[in-house]
Design a protein around this ligand. Structure first.
Ligand code: CUA
Length: 343
């Protein structure tokens, strides 16, 4: 005889539910796994709030249970209301509750204020300047080269040197977005016409994930970015590589791809430094092949993913401004191979 259907269903739903619940605890995008000074402060505040509220909640349940038992004992389960004019316990217990609530609230407000002051005190002038602009639905990222004063542009991948403070200057080209790297710092709104800035001081080396945290249209969920925290030496190497122009390919297939990208329709929207392509509306592609993902965290970088994205971007990200450029099979292969080679 088979098991009852309901039991089988419960057993199959349980692992799915657990996966959903625990999915939020992974290291990659988690405010409860701080990898930065600012996120660490916020996590301490979160712990305090959880403890204070948890204890208050447990006390309320305890007293509720206790008073129910008392009433039940006194009335023996009778529904009749208790009228006891001589009961002075009420005013005393109300005083205790008022004290607990006021005390708890004072503690939380003071802790929030101190955490905010601490975050403000971390701001120094010795910072790395990074400009991040929100677009529907991707992130333009530019670094200020302290030696030349030039801005070096990339997209959807933020690199940060460990132990140094980066000041992210936020702007939007269209609607309100919200910049959030939960492991490193709190979130901040990205508002058109307003200059907001957020300091990030990461201390744990590794890959993390940032995500737009304000609903900004159909592809809001596909407005993510990769974050790499690396040693200052590795960061300097990466930035120097990003500052360099794109390599000119010798291979005939790559050269064919380069001609299509830098002299054809792609160049109207995309820039590839060192080539005639200088379009501004879309992401800078100079070192697109070095990135971990494409289409703002939608697909993992690979030649196949590039091909699929270019062949029909609106199928993968309905509403995207990226048009479908008609290319035959050989040209599509060449374009994907060229973009992948832009390390
Ligand atoms: Cu941008 Cu949500």
């Amino acid at each position: 005889m088979g098991r009852p259907a309901a039991m089988t269903r419960t057993r199959s739903i349980l692992p799915i539910l657990l996966t959903w619940l625990l999915g939020g605890c992974t290291d990659l995008q988690s405010a409860i796994s701080p990898a930065g000074e600012q996120a660490g402060r916020l996590f301490s505040l979160l712990q305090l709030i959880t403890w204070v509220c948890g204890i208050m909640y447990a006390l309320v349940l305890l007293f509720l249970g206790w008073s129910m038992v008392r009433v039940w004992r006194r009335t023996g389960g009778d529904d009749a209301p208790i009228v006891d004019p001589a009961d002075r316990g009420l005013s005393r217990s109300m005083l205790v509750w008022a004290g607990l609530i006021v005390g708890g609230l004072t503690l939380l407000i003071t802790a929030s204020f101190l955490a905010d002051r601490h975050l403000a005190s971390l701001r120094s002038e010795e910072v790395l300047r990074v400009r991040v602009t929100g677009h529907q639905w991707w992130w333009r990222i530019a670094y200020r080269d302290s030696t030349t004063g030039r801005w070096i542009e990339t997209a959807n991948e933020l690199h940060l040197p460990a132990g140094r403070t980066a000041r992210v200057e936020l702007g939007s080209s269209d609607v309100i977005h919200s910049f959030w790297v939960p492991n490193v710092a709190g979130k901040l709104d990205v508002i058109p016409g307003r200059a907001n800035s957020l300091d990030l001081t990461p201390h744990r080396i590794g890959w993390f994930r940032g995500q737009c945290a304000e609903f900004c249209g159909a592809q809001h969920a596909h407005m993510a970015f990769d974050v790499k925290v690396e040693s200052p030496a590795d960061f300097a190497l990466w930035l120097a590589a990003q500052a360099s122009p794109a390599a000119l390919p010798a291979d005939p297939v790559l050269a064919r791809g380069a001609a299509i990208v830098t002299e054809g329709a792609c160049a109207m929207c995309h820039a590839v430094r060192g080539t005639p392509a200088a379009g501004r509306p879309g992401p800078d592609l100079t070192h697109v092949g070095s990135r971990r993902s494409i289409a703002a965290g939608t697909l993992t970088m690979s030649r196949g993913a590039l091909q699929g994205w270019i062949a029909n971007p609106k199928a993968l990200k309905p509403g995207t401004t990226m048009p479908t450029v008609p290319l035959d099979g050989a040209d599509a292969d060449a374009v994907a191979a060229y973009l992948e080679s832009l390390k």
